[in-house]
Design a binder for this molecule. Structure first.
Ligand SMILES: *Cc1c(COP(=O)(O)O)cnc(C)c1O
Length: 417
């Protein structure tokens, strides 16, 4: 699609074949199976010799339209859409790892990803080495001959830290060359979306998104996507050995032909349609949410009842300069702030009138949650400390309402504490 701008690609997409009725919006192909002209054709399709849709758990035209649109926005090699963000993450690691290998990951992570690494993968003999991702020596030291991936989030919450992705990619590349083995840099870009963060330009190998959040159009459906950004040759990965002759396509080929097909966590065509529609307005919604968040962060930072605000958009954030460079001069739609203790936080939350108490982020509606008693309920005190989850911490996911109304709501609730 050449040099089209982000919004043009987000609206038009990149469909392989136009709809036979030339519908402006690519329709929902809700069927499961597809007819073939001959037995020879169906044989070719099963052998992946000729691309064709055969069964919707593996590929589907509507899902493909969404995948190609996402891939266009990331300037990647190709994308695979999944049933959820967690399905995207689990598919990536089941595809890339073998028993006895390990991954190095940031220790501040989305809770279910942390649990997937710490418990689920562990039972398959895969170790996760959790490090402070802002300490590059720790990252370097955690890597050994069995490390196949470095995993991080573009902005992790509730810590709101921003890893230096350029430097992390450099470490992976050094190790790749020195040891001649595969190490992929995998980034969860959910909170930044391709509108704020272009993984390809930073040398990232794979990006995963929970499209449930911003991409869906403001949290209207569950979905996920994996994009191979075209920066990795995929040599030196034992799990991809059987696909070696496909070279740079080996990651995607094993995924589609084996792991994604066999795990069965595919995206439904109805969801792909909704999420393609969501992408059309992505930049407008992200712009508004980022603007609102920056204003609220400044207001909260000046408020005498607020102890601390974590938001990379604030000039005194230790991550400000890095975030500015990495995220296209914007800082996302999530911030965290601290009140004195659990009781004041609860009183504050209970008095909000417009802002909703809910556990999601990236919604058009502003959502708020007390992480220590909810998202991190099952964590040990030590884990909560490592992740900076204090009893007075509050997470705010800012929507696209009028910021004055949000501010007024917060102001009246802060007066109650
Ligand atoms: C929500 C989220 C996920 C998981 O996505 P689901 O679609 O809920 O499975 C993964 N990573 C991040 C950063 C998220 O916010």
């Amino acid at each position: 699609m050449g040099k089209l701008g982000f919004d043009t690609k987000a609206v038009h997409g990149d469909v392989l074949k136009e709809d036979i009725h030339k519908a402006i919006r690519y329709p929902i192909y809700a069927g499961v199976a597809f007819h073939f002209e001959s037995a020879e054709d169906i044989e070719d399709a099963f052998a992946f010799r000729k691309p064709a849709h055969a069964y919707s758990r593996v590929t589907n035209p509507t899902v493909e339209a969404f995948e190609r649109k996402m891939n266009g926005l990331e300037d990647g090699r190709a994308a695979v859409a999944t049933a959820s963000g967690m399905a995207a993450i689990s598919n990536v690691f089941f595809n890339l790892l073998k028993q006895g290998e390990n991954i190095v990951s940031a220790n501040s992570l989305f809770g279910n990803t942390y649990s997937f690494f710490k418990k689920t993968l562990k039972n398959f003999g895969i170790e996760t080495r959790f490090v402070d991702i802002d300490d590059l020596d720790q990252v370097r030291e955690a890597i050994n001959g069995k490390t196949r991936a470095l995993f991080l989030e573009t902005i992790s919450n509730p810590k709101m830290n921003v890893p230096d992705i350029t430097k992390i990619v450099e470490i992976a590349r050094e190790k790749r060359m020195a040891r001649d083995h595969g190490i992929a840099v995998i980034v969860d870009g959910t909170v930044t979306t391709p509108y704020l963060f272009k993984g390809k330009e930073f040398g990232v190998d794979l990006v995963v998104h929970s499209s449930t959040k911003l991409i869906s159009g403001g949290a209207t459906s569950i979905g996920g996507v994996i994009v191979d950004l075209g920066n990795c040759e995929w040599s030196g990965f034992p799990s991809l050995e059987d696909y070696k002759k496909l070279g740079e396509l080996s990651f995607l080929a094993r995924l589609r032909k084996e792991v994604y097909r066999d795990l069965g966590a595919c995206m439904a065509p109805q969801i792909a349609f909704l999420q393609s529609l969501g992408l059309e307005t992505l930049s407008l919604r992200v712009e508004k949410a980022c603007k609102n968040t920056l204003e609220l962060a400044g207001y909260l930072a000046r408020h005498d009842k607020v102890i601390r605000v974590n938001y990379p958009g604030l000039p005194d954030s230790p991550f400000h300069a890095l975030a500015k460079k990495q995220f296209n001069n914007r800082f996302g739609g999530v911030l965290t702030f601290e009140l004195p203790d659990k009781q004041t936080s609860f009183t504050f939350l209970n008095h909000l009138k417009i802002i909703r108490r809910a556990s999601n982020l990236g919604d058009n509606t502003t959502l708020i949650i007390h992480p220590a008693s909810t998202l991190f309920q099952e964590y040990t005190m030590e884990e909560k400390e490592t992740m900076d989850v204090s009893e007075g911490l509050i997470r705010l996911s800012v929507g696209i309402e009028d910021v004055e109304d949000l501010m007024e709501d917060i102001e009246q609730a802060l007066h109650k504490i």
